[in-house]
Design a protein around this ligand. Structure first.
Ligand SMILES: Cc1cc2nc3c(=O)[nH]c(=O)nc-3n(C[C@H](O)[C@H](O)[C@H](O)COP(=O)(O)OP(=O)(O)OC[C@H]3O[C@@H](n4cnc5c(N)ncnc54)[C@H](O)[C@@H]3O)c2cc1C
Length: 414
């Protein structure tokens, strides 16, 4: 009996691993080959800007799956191998060791890479990106020798790094070119809360200023120059300036892209038998449950896992499109941020709790229904918020704001 051509998964991280795992759970029987260009077995990325830097999470706790997982599930994991070309007519993938691998199905789970900061000086010693375990080990090593750190970019990763480095005793300055922190994901009131929370804990913030150059002595960074000529002295800098989806392979192969690989809600690309999931996928999905489908490229563990589950279902001819409520978390100092749904301009906001106590949920209502919720140190409310968003029920704002009303009862009523 001829062996079936395998499912080849390019990218060995969250989306790739979940896709392989779900394929097996759903009874997919063909061989699975998963290639990743990093040298480490699939590992957890969120701790790289959190516990790994504060010292709470040791490196040997980062593995995404147990050591036997791949062998037990008959997944041929090939590490340190890069896919360099696709031929979607012949159905082959070429690797950087020169081998050519035929596929029956191809899944692109190539994720994202750090957006380069195009100013002079980023090649100096002591300047770090933060995407991979090797990047994080570099940051942790430099931290041991540094007193003053600049973090360029006031998004989630930048702010997590700022909080971790500050917790470890460094003087930290965050530089954000937008007028406020987290401008891409948070509305103004949440940005203001985050800024105040960081300042109160000793982090210096510079907003509305770009970076002109990184300066150094003997090849090592010693200052960041802002676009108004101000110099901020530092012995290390971490770049948190966002990511770009790794679409090169797909583009070269003529697969439709646009801020990621364009896929439907089941992860199908424009080319038959080619799927994509995770940070690289720009998926057609409703922004609110039951809403019109729009293309969204979500950079989160949940989106990587749920997108991969949807794609795996296609392999066994079952439809299980991604319909869930997007959610995400971020840990900064002792603050646990949990975000559910996607707020939009024009939403009405309702505050439950008190920002001064660092325990609250900010709800976003659209046409009377809860469309999104941002919680700080309120994990139970975050879980209930997800259910409220999924139900699309209209809830009176005064009930949401009233802490004597149990959110569970609102969920039950919805
Ligand atoms: C520091 C940090 C903190 C984060 N914190 C959170 C958090 O708190 N919560 C949250 O929800 N999300 C968080 N994220 C985001 C989350 O990690 C990503 O959404 C998730 O990793 C996406 O998974 P992925 O599998 O799509 O892509 P990736 O994790 O980017 O993996 C893609 C893999 O494919 C490899 N690859 C790319 N091209 C090729 C090729 N041609 N050949 C072979 N291999 C290739 C890459 O090297 C990489 O190993 C964080 C990310 C970082 C970097």
């Amino acid at each position: 009996m001829a062996t079936q051509a395998p499912l080849v998964i390019v990218g060995a991280s969250y989306a790739g691993t979940q896709l392989a795992a779900s394929a097996r759970e759903l009874g997919f029987e063909a061989p699975i080959v998963m290639v990743g260009d990093e040298r480490h077995a699939p590992y957890q990325r969120p701790p790289l800007s959190k516990g790994l830097l504060t010292g709470k999470t040791p490196v040997d706790r980062l593995e995404l799956r147990g050591p036997d997982f791949f062998a037990q599930n008959d997944i041929d994991l090939r590490l340190g191998l890069r896919a360099t070309a696709l031929d979607t007519r012949e159905r082959t993938v070429t690797f950087d060791d020169g081998t050519v691998q035929p596929y029956g199905w191809l899944a692109l789970a190539t994720g994202a890479r750090c957006r380069p900061l195009s100013v002079p000086g980023t090649g100096l010693e002591g300047v770090f990106n933060l995407r991979t375990l090797d990047d994080a080990l570099g940051v942790a090593g430099a931290l041991a020798r540094s007193k003053r750190a600049c973090v360029i970019g006031g998004g989630f990763i930048g702010l997590e790094v700022a909080s971790a480095l500050s917790t470890r005793g460094a003087d930290v300055t965050v530089i954000e070119s937008q007028p406020r922190l987290l401008a891409r994901v948070f509305p103004a009131p949440m940005s203001e809360y985050v800024a105040a929370a960081h300042r109160r804990r000793g982090v210096s913030l510079v907003t509305g200023r770009g970076v002109r150059q990184l300066h150094g002595k003997q090849g090592r960074i010693d200052a960041v120059e802002l676009d108004d000529g101000t110099h901020i002295e530092c012995d290390m800098a971490v770049l948190g300036t966002g990511v770009l989806p790794n679409t090169d392979l797909a583009e070269q192969a003529g697969i439709a892209t646009g801020n990621g690989i364009l896929v439907d809600a089941s992860g199908r690309s424009s080319v038959p038998r080619v799927l994509a999931a995770g940070d690289v996928a720009n998926m057609a999905m409703p922004a609110v449950p039951g809403g019109r489908a729009v293309h969204l490229r979500l950079e989160s563990i949940q989106a990587a896992n749920d997108g991969a589950r949807a794609a795996a279902a296609v392999l066994v001819d079952r439809e299980q499109p991604f319909t869930g409520v997007p959610w995400f978390w971020s840990d900064q100092f002792e603050l646990k941020f949990q975000m559910a749904g996607l707020p939009a301009s024009g939403d009405t906001t309702v505050l439950r709790g008190d920002t001064a106590t660092d325990r609250f949920t900010l709800f976003y209502l659209r046409d009377g229904a809860v469309a999104a919720a941002h919680s700080v140190n309120r994990p139970a409310e975050h879980m209930q918020s997800r259910k409220l968003i999924a139900s699309a029920a209209r809830i009176a704002p005064q009930l949401l704001a009233d802490e004597s009303v149990d959110l569970k009862s609102l969920v039950a009523a919805a």
